[in-house]
Design a protein around this ligand. Structure first.
Ligand code: MEV
Length: 322
């Protein structure tokens, strides 16, 4: 029996724009997904017969990545993340499944987090019709603060590069680590709207919008600039400016049509207690994030406004075998 864990992620800046090569900054969060696998007489997922077509991430890892021909597996999943909510639950699932299967198949080989991030990215791209940046999977695999960009970003430590053929052409990204400031009085509070929003659909929607209205690329470029200045503020530990950049990023995300009334209502409920607020992840539902020194107050406001809160420090550890 093997159990592996991979954390979820919160994008502080740059979602959607990163699909077009602009930088994104994400941190891993405390909550994540745990996968336990054990050999069995038949293929079972969560107590039910495993149907590969209903679980593209898991079946891609088993069949295409590992080419697994061993005994059938019983797979159990424990998730502390809201799903289809912008917290990288599918990336965390892919990474924990990849880590657990690696450990089962190669028990003497230590887990290589870069290979794991590549496995996770391949599973995400396969499930998202070829449109997935490596942001979610790299942040979940490596942990801490990860910067993903079309070009290497100064002040960060390069870890690996990733490429992908997308319906809009070939994309490549540089994946780097950024150090997080030693601040122990600032938290992120995620607020789930209760509306699941598949990333693939939101990313395709932005692609269609840009095709119809090419000037929307200005918003994509503006998100890239805000992300760079937000990252500088984060490195300096200037959390007020980080919050300010988050607010500006949200305005641009609104312009590309990925916010929704439920996100706006959670943001209004907490902005007085926050350094900054924005949607996080794909939008269209999913989660908003507040950067705050008053996490309990913000969590209460989210609940009162009808959302579900999740409090986390910025940048927990990455994927691991338990
Ligand atoms: C989803 O968490 C982030 C997006 O930028 C999609 C991606 O990067 O693949 C919306």
């Amino acid at each position: 029996m093997v159990t592996a864990f991979a954390p979820g992620k919160c994008i502080l800046f740059g979602e959607h724009a990163v699909v077009y090569g602009q930088p994104a900054v994400a941190v891993s969060i405390d909550a994540g997904v745990e996968v336990t696998i054990r050999e069995s007489n038949s293929w079972i997922l969560e107590g039910m017969p495993f149907e590969p077509s209903r679980h593209p991430h898991i079946s891609h890892i088993i069949n295409d990545i590992f080419d697994y021909t061993g005994k059938p597996l019983k797979i159990d999943i424990k998730s502390g993340l809201f799903s289809a909510a912008g917290l990288g639950s599918s990336a965390a699932l892919s990474n924990s499944m990849g880590a657990a299967l690696h450990q089962l198949v190669n028990p003497d080989e230590p887990l290589d987090l870069i290979s794991l991030a590549r496995i996770g990215h391949s599973a995400e791209a396969n499930a998202q019709k070829g449109r997935a940046s490596p942001t979610d999977t790299a942040t979940s695999a490596l942990g801490g603060c990860v910067v993903v960009s079309g070009e290497r970003v100064k002040g960060t430590q390069h870890v690996f590069d990733a490429t992908l053929e997308t319906p809009e052409g070939s994309r490549s990204w540089s994946i780097c680590r950024a150090s997080l400031p030693q601040v122990d009085d600032t938290w992120i509070v995620l607020g789930f709207t209760g509306i699941g929003s598949p990333t693939g659909r939101m990313v395709a929607g932005v692609a269609e919008l840009i095709e119809r209205e090419p000037q929307k690329m200005d918003d994509i470029r503006a998100i890239g600039e805000i992300t760079s200045s937000g990252l500088d503020s984060l490195s300096e530990g200037d959390m007020e400016s980080v919050g300010f950049a988050m607010n500006s990023c949200h305005e641009k995300l609104r312009n590309i049509g990925v916010s929704c009334p439920e996100i706006e209502s959670l943001i209004s409920a907490v902005e007085n207690h926050s350094l900054g607020t924005k949607l996080t992840g794909a939008g269209g539902g999913g989660c908003m994030v507040s950067l705050t020194r008053h996490p309990r107050r913000v969590a209460e406001c989210i609940e009162i406004a009808g959302g579900k809160p999740l409090v986390s420090k910025l940048g927990s550890g990455g994927a691991r075998i338990l």
